[in-house]
Design a protein. Structure first.
Length: 418
């Protein structure tokens, strides 16, 4: 059985080829108690049947690429159990093998308080798709705890096309969007996050937790000034980067941010596991004597303007046009010319604590990490759960890079409302 690839699949594949990132999405779930290992194993295996794309291998030749269903695989190819933190951490920075599949793998750290690491190939889905899989996994686990004979009789759509999103726009809107394709703000790409220049690097993921009490104060600030959580963190990001980078006022800093295009859907929802992420370039008239409120206001005004201009749809249309006009071979050449941003930010949103619930289990924390970047690329990822927010960075770097990122987290924390 074969499934069509989307142009986003190919783009993510080339992200590893051209050493932008490892094209994997990562998640860690920390429990307050012990999970039923056999039920967890059965839940993960069931997922591969419900979401066929996860049980596929990527096949590419000179003319085309496609996904092909795997006939057989070993259970340990999908889920393993370890009893020490080092093995767990090593797993967390490992990769799925797109050519052999499956496109998901899971590791449970068996301890007094279990932890679960989940890795899904970014070619298959973005952060929104990862959350969709998380909700499915916890739902299967909960149903199997209640009934060990539970057998789902549904599958998640294998049509991963995002045409539903483009269909949301009228003909006139599409014409206006196409006209504006090259009129948006361009990413300056002048500046790089400070990194060690040693060639010997290893992958790691780091997180900094904004706890509930602090998060609630940030939320109160947002209500008071009628801004969003994203506005506050993006403004904080700008302020910290202007502090640590040597920025020329004639070449202002721009920060591309990721946009989940599912936001465009008014009626139908995308029921397949896929990539629906676009991006926009943000830029503000930052001045060194600006107060925190000044920066937040500038970011908020910029974001309101972008939201009124079909935020993110321009790039989405451009990619869609490329997929329709060019061959597989030509698309690979065009993608090589794509200028990947040195610095960017992604907000994966809030993981719904009601949807993500394992029966009989208490969850302490959940955090989604982006793809692990290769130097000089750097991405800050926000991940929310149960009135907390994690600031996450994933990088191929050195111990010195880890120190720099920890300092960066502290600077972010110092800027945020108290």
């Amino acid at each position: 059985m074969r499934f069509k690839t989307e142009v986003s699949d190919q783009f993510q594949f080339l992200s590893e080829t051209y050493k932008y990132n490892d094209h994997q999405t990562h998640c860690i779930v920390d429990f307050d108690n012990k999970i039923n290992k056999e039920v967890l194993k059965k839940s993960v295996i069931l997922m591969l049947d419900i979401v066929p794309i996860l049980a596929c291998a990527y096949v590419e030749n000179k003319k085309s690429a496609y996904w092909e269903k795997i006939d057989k695989f070993k259970c340990e190819d999908v889920i393993i159990f370890v009893d020490n933190k080092e093995e767990f951490n090593n797993f967390m920075t490992s990769k799925t093998n797109e050519f052999t599949g499956p496109q998901i793998k899971v590791c449970l750290l068996d301890s007094n308080k279990d932890s679960l690491a989940i890795i899904i190939n970014h070619m298959v889905c973005d952060g929104g798709g990862l959350k969709q899989c998380l909700y499915l996994l916890s739902d299967l686990y909960s149903k199997l705890i209640e009934n060990t004979e539970y057998s789902p009789n549904y599958k998640i759509n294998t049509n991963r096309s995002t045409i539903k999103i483009t269909q949301e726009f009228s003909f006139i809107e599409k014409i206006n969007i196409i006209k504006s394709l090259n009129k948006g703000m361009k990413n300056n790409n002048y500046y790089k996050f400070p990194m060690n220049e040693e060639k010997q690097t290893s992958p790691f993921v780091l997180k900094h937790k904004i706890k509930k009490e602090r998060y609630l104060k940030i939320r109160d600030y947002c209500k008071k000034y009628n801004v969003t959580i994203n506005d506050v963190f993006l403004a904080t990001y700008y302020r910290v980067l202007y502090r640590i980078l040597d920025i020329n006022v004639e070449k202002p800093l721009t920060i591309p941010i990721m946009v989940d295009m599912r936001r465009c859907l008014k009626k139908e929802k995308i029921d397949s596991v896929c990539n629906c992420t676009s991006s926009i370039v943000t830029g503000i008239n930052y001045e060194l004597n600006d107060s925190f409120n000044d920066t937040v206001k500038k970011v908020n005004e910029y974001m309101i303007l972008k939201k009124n201009k079909f935020m993110g749809i321009e790039l989405f249309f451009k990619v869609s046009l490329i997929s329709k006009l060019f061959s597989h071979k030509k698309i690979k050449i065009l993608m090589k010319k794509f200028e990947n941003p040195f610095i960017c930010m992604s907000n994966t949103g809030v993981i719904d604590s009601e949807k993500f619930s394992f029966k009989g289990m208490s969850i302490n924390d959940v955090s989604i990490f982006g793809s692990i970047k290769y130097p000089p690329y750097f991405q800050l990822v926000l991940s929310g759960y149960n009135n907390t927010i994690n600031l996450n960075v994933s990088l191929y770097g050195t111990s010195k890079d880890k120190e720099n990122i920890e300092k960066f987290f502290k600077l972010m924390d110092m800027e945020l409302p108290t």
